[in-house]
Design a protein around this ligand. Structure first.
Ligand code: HEM
Length: 135
């Protein structure tokens, strides 16, 4: 007999746990960037106040993962926004490492498969950004 179960999540956004979980990933990511000397070079590329970045990255990830697309509605492109920055292979590695830790700590134990999938795509994006902005 069919049991009464919830229908399976249909987007990565839903599977991750929606905006609250994305926000938790982003907050952990910027906390690590702000506090861990391993990311000092990456931190120095950013302005003193990371609050607008926390909002913007959460908004980007929300639309990117299949949730509400407010961030994209103004015609913003995350690759174009990074083109003027001098991203080196090392700062790209710092970005990915901090994000890897943030994702592992927030969703990694509960859903290793979606954590892996997110990181695979983010890794390709950081590689692309480092190549596109290579001095
Ligand atoms: C490759 C390594 C990366 C480096 C070194 C880097 C660095 C930066 C810097 C310096 C800023 C501007 C901060 C400021 O104005 O104070 C920025 C903004 C931003 N980054 Fe990255 N980033 C990287 C990868 C990524 C990736 C992979 C994503 C998306 C998943 C991303 C999403 C964003 C967003 C959404 C903003 C805010 C844009 C805005 O609203 O103006 N970044 N990043």
């Amino acid at each position: 007999m069919a049991s009464q179960t919830e229908s399976p999540p249909t987007t990565p956004y839903q599977r991750i746990g929606g905006q609250a979980v994305l926000r938790a990933i982003v907050d952990r990511f910027y906390d690590l960037m702000d506090r861990d000397p391993a990311y000092a070079e990456l931190r120095a590329m950013h302005g003193p106040d990371l609050t607008p970045m926390r909002d913007s990255l959460t908004g980007f990830l929300t639309g990117w993962a299949g949730g509400p697309r407010d961030w994209f509605q103004g015609g913003k492109c995350v690759m174009s926004l990074h083109r003027p920055l001098a991203i080196t292979p090392d700062t790209a590695r710092q970005w990915l490492e901090a994000m890897h830790r943030a994702i592992d700590e927030t969703v990694g134990a509960r859903d290793p498969e979606i954590a892996r999938a997110m990181l695979d795509v983010l890794k390709r994006m950081t590689t692309g950004m480092a190549q596109a902005t290579r001095p």
